[in-house]
Ligand binder design. Structure first.
Ligand SMILES: O=C(O)CCC(=O)C(=O)O
Length: 327
């Protein structure tokens, strides 16, 4: 498993690299890298993809998986992640609320003090400084989540770099896959329908895979992940005229509103499914597959998951995009 540099060092290196790259572009007057390269789609998005399954599949089992990927835009797998890692990671997350000491650089996102209260983010140290009654109330009413736990927790890191998942994502891409992001959700996200291509800045298009790892058995009333098989074959929102620069992260409010209408309209043409997963099951989905979080029918029901995203080297253009950013 790769060794992680301390968080501060990595954050600093990232900032320096971003600044140097931007300055170089300004000085040389060069266009963003994606304008200088053709948009060659992955094999699974090409018109001959179903024929290509025969070339790509190394066994009949793999060919079946790849064919489902091409047709439906998702596959479900299990037995990839060690349940002991899931249990240890979840124990760390559950223990954050009354931990003996703060974890540096850890922020809990989406906290609130009452059900209809404003959401806010809090450093772990600031959370522990609150009185126990406030913390308990916050825990009961917050739909909280954490980004990048793998930087801080060894078990989350083992899952992030899980070989089997990486191998699978590489077989799907037909190229070596690398994990680029991780979010731990503790409750239903109730996220509006979207495609991850609209959230990430990917070029060439569609070199993006999401992996939703169930960290417990998922209850129907918890607001499961919803998804629309086949919706990955629809077009990228035409309003993102200079994608990957413009997407939901950089869009003005009116463009975001139009994107939402566009995606809701597309989703209505496909069957809606819920991922009522058993602990350890994993749904891998195409970057254009429409998905979101169902409404939480019973507040207080947990829905623990880890969502990873995979890309191929050089296709994540986030560092070249300029703000202002919506998050
Ligand atoms: O888990 C969910 O409810 C939604 C997750 C999601 O949409 C994402 O991380 O892209």
């Amino acid at each position: 498993m790769p060794v992680m540099l301390p968080y501060e060092v990595r954050a600093r290196l990232h900032r320096v690299r971003t600044r140097v790259e931007r300055a170089t572009r300004v000085l040389l007057g060069s266009a963003p890298s994606w304008k200088r390269r053709p948009n060659i789609l992955p094999w699974f998005d090409r018109p001959d993809a179903l024929d290509a399954v025969r070339r790509h599949g190394r066994s009949s089992e793999e060919a079946t998986l790849l064919e489902k990927w091409v047709r439906d835009g998702y596959v479900i797998v299990e037995d990839c992640v060690d349940p002991a890692d899931i249990d240890a990671m979840v124990a760390t997350l559950d223990g954050l609320w009354d931990a003996p000491r703060p974890i540096p650089n850890l922020t809990l996102l989406g906290l609130r003090e009452k059900l209809d209260g404003e959401q806010r983010d809090l450093a772990h140290g600031d959370l522990l400084a609150l009185d126990p009654a406030t913390r308990l109330r916050m825990r009961q009413v917050s739909d909280w989540r954490i980004h990048g736990l793998h930087y801080l927790d060894g078990h989350a890191r083992r899952i992030f770099f899980n070989r089997e998942l990486r191998r699978l994502a590489s077989r799907l891409f037909g190229r070596s896959a690398r994990p680029i992001a991780a979010i731990n959700f503790m409750t239903g996200s109730e996220q509006a329908l979207h495609q991850d291509m609209a959230v990430f800045h990917i070029y060439p298009h569609d070199y993006l895979i999401g992996a939703w790892i169930a960290c417990e058995d998922i209850a129907r009333q918890s607001g499961p992940l919803v998804f629309y098989p086949g919706s990955h074959r629809t077009a990228l929102f035409p309003g993102f005229t200079d994608y990957p620069q413009t997407n939901l992260r950089t869009a003005e409010p009116d463009l975001t509103r139009r994107y939402r209408e566009y995606v809701d309209g597309l989703a209505a043409r496909f069957e809606r499914r819920e991922f009522l997963a058993r602990k350890g099951q994993i749904l891998l989905w195409h970057g254009m597959l429409i998905h979101g979080g169902a409404p939480v029918a019973e507040r207080g029901t947990s829905r623990k998951s880890l969502v990873l995203h995979y890309c191929v080297r050089g296709a994540d253009r986030a560092r070249e995009v300029h703000g202002p950013f919506n998050w």
